[in-house]
Design a binder for this molecule. Sequence first.
Ligand code: ADP
Ligand code: MG
Length: 221
Amino acid sequence: MSAFLEIAQLNKIYHSQRDPLYALKDVSLDIEQGEFVSVVGASGCGKSTLLKCVAGLEPISSGRLALQGDPIVCPPSNMGVVFQRDLLLDWRTILDNVLISAEFHDLSRKDYEERARAVLNLFGLGAFADRFPWELSGGMRQRASICRALLVDPQLLLMDEPFGALDPFTRDELNEELQRTWMDTGKTVLFITHSISEAVYLSDRVVVMSRNPGGVAAVIP
Ligand code: ADP
Ligand code: MG
């Protein structure tokens, strides 16, 4: 049987006015359902490119990319993404920012409002549901963006340096909250970070990437 998330001989070349750039070369990695896998590597080694390809946001040049056996050609419906910037919309309340996931999936807002409040509660934001993003701290904003990703209960959670812009105290707190969520829900997580300690603390396996072109240098259980 194939892995939950299958990445095989993946190549990604960016074509621009300059020379073609090999961002990912021959990347292969199987991720099992429920696994927490981190990817670490120096800036520019292709971590975000890998995540965007898996998210179906960037087309691959060659190779195979499949989620539960289905080739990924557009953003899969059972996936949530968290980026380093929280990307909250300043003109929407926190509740409405979280509910945007339901809108993207063409689901009824009414059906999801209760769940949105429950997820916000879980991340300590229950009292802030009706506030605006600019009224929240950086850590709270990033919590809200995690809530947004979790709203429709996706099986796969993709995170690109989600805590990179936070102070170390908040980062530790969010690491614990993420770990708790992962253990409670059994989600599969692909987590990108440049913090080795964060990767070691959170993961079942740590993938170390090499640079120019981006590839897998080592996979450490
Ligand atoms: P990382 O997330 O590890 O810092 P990226 O995946 O963002 O690395 O970038 C990998 C390489 O691909 C870098 O050399 C970067 O300049 C290049 N790159 C990223 N996105 C694009 C793009 N849209 N067009 C052209 N080159 C890109
Ligand atoms: Mg990046």
